[in-house]
Design a protein around this ligand. Structure first.
Ligand code: FMN
Length: 358
């Protein structure tokens, strides 16, 4: 339900253009933590991106850097965080969880600092795994199962198999590997799941704040009270997110939760947003409702799965062009021109209509 809601709720907002503003070619850039992003969109964390393409995480990170934007590596990357390439133009963020073994959370943060990451993202909506029914049906479980049906399907994906043939035996959760211990994906997935901790609390945010000195970002915020608390505790930014509908089914969409959160935070820190962003106009709507920047997860994986680095570059290029076109048609010269004035909400009527046709 939440997965569908993420995309659908963007359609509940309309844009109100003022074309006579004479916007010219719009400037899409935004500033985040003292760094300039060339567009108000970056790549969010997705586990096992290296299963889509050989060296998938590095390929996507290179595409992000070339487009002038940031890449957030998942805790569950195939590569080790130390192996994600850095360059003068790269802007790399690292995502972690609060683990049952708190020292492992601190260890990942310390490793990220040593490897020169620019920001740390603590995902807060994954204390237990969501009931991902499609994953279960497909045997994407812990331990992973490979039913005959799926093995047969795999043999039809010849191009993928050929491309991945040397990487496949080594696919695992790279950040969880301990020297001298088994590193197969089943063992690593179990280690990761066993480490999740439903007792996570604000004390853990405070503890992480002490370990990680750079920008600290909380991902998975949907309630204005949590946003307010985050600002009070010295967190540097939040990501309004429901984990792409993969965790709490029935949760509000990010775009529906955003306006109240932006109001609660009242400019004290940047509010970012992900979930259901499929068009440049979705980014424009999110910025107008108070987001400083947006993140995409699935769209970059689609590009990655089809054409690796080039595929992600193409996805980012489509978004950049769509954002620019939308801004010009709206009459906005710069991202800061995207304010509530360009948005009309039709939540009320639309809800009734959709319920009638459900
Ligand atoms: C395949 C997949 C893997 C993901 N892995 C992670 C992860 O490791 N950490 C995390 O914080 N979020 C993860 N997410 C959630 C995304 O970062 C993001 O919140 C969400 O998917 C955004 O919605 P979108 O896919 O509609 O763009 C994952 C999402 C997908 C689809």
């Amino acid at each position: 339900m939440t997965l569908r809601r993420n995309e659908r709720d963007f359609r509940r907002y309309s844009l109100l253009p003022r074309p006579l503003n004479g916007p010219g070619t719009p400037d899409l850039s935004v500033q985040l933590f003292g760094r300039r992003l060339s567009l108000p969109l970056m790549i969010g964390p997705t586990g096992l991106a290296g299963l889509m393409w050989p060296g998938g995480e590095a390929a996507a990170a290179r595409a992000a850097a070339a487009a002038g934007t940031a890449y957030c590596l998942s805790h569950g990357s195939v590569c080790r965080l130390e192996d994600l390439p850095a360059s003068a133009s790269s802007n790399r963020w690292m995502q972690v969880f609060v683990y049952r073994d708190r020292s492992f959370t601190a260890e990942l943060a310390t490793r990220a600092a040593a490897a020169g990451y620019d920001a740390l993202v603590l995902t807060t909506d994954n204390q237990v795994l969501g009931n991902r029914e499609r994953d279960i049906r497909n045997g994407f479980s812990i331990p992973p199962k490979f039913p005959l049906r799926d093995m047969l399907v795999m043999t039809t994906k010849i191009t993928w198999l050929m491309r991945m043939r040397s990487d496949l035996p080594r696919i695992t959760f790279g950040n969880y590997v301990r020297e001298g211990e088994p590193m197969d994906i089943g063992t690593m997935a179990k280690r990761m799941a066993d480490l999740l901790d439903p007792t996570m609390s604000w004390k853990d945010v405070d503890a992480l704040r002490k370990v990680w000195k750079g920008p600290l970002i909380l991902k998975g915020i949907l309630h204005p009270d949590e946003a307010r608390e985050a600002a009070k505790r010295g967190v540097d930014a939040i990501i309004v997110s429901n984990h792409g509908g993969r965790q709490l089914d029935g949760a509000a969409s990010g775009i529906a939760a955003l306006p109240a959160i932006a109001e609660a935070v009242a400019g004290r820190m940047p509010v970012l947003l992900d979930g259901g962003i499929r068009r440049g106009s979705d980014v424009v709507k999110a910025i107008a409702l108070g987001a400083a920047c947006c993140l995409i997860a699935r769209p970059q994986l689609w590009g990655l799965a089809i054409a690796g680095e080039q595929g992600v570059a193409h996805v980012l290029d489509i978004f950049a062009k769509e954002i620019a076109r939308s801004m010009t048609l709206i009459g906005a010269s710069r991202v800061s021109d995207l304010t509530r004035g360009v948005i009309s909400s039709n939540f009320g009527n639309q809800t009734r209509l959709e319920e009638t046709h459900a």
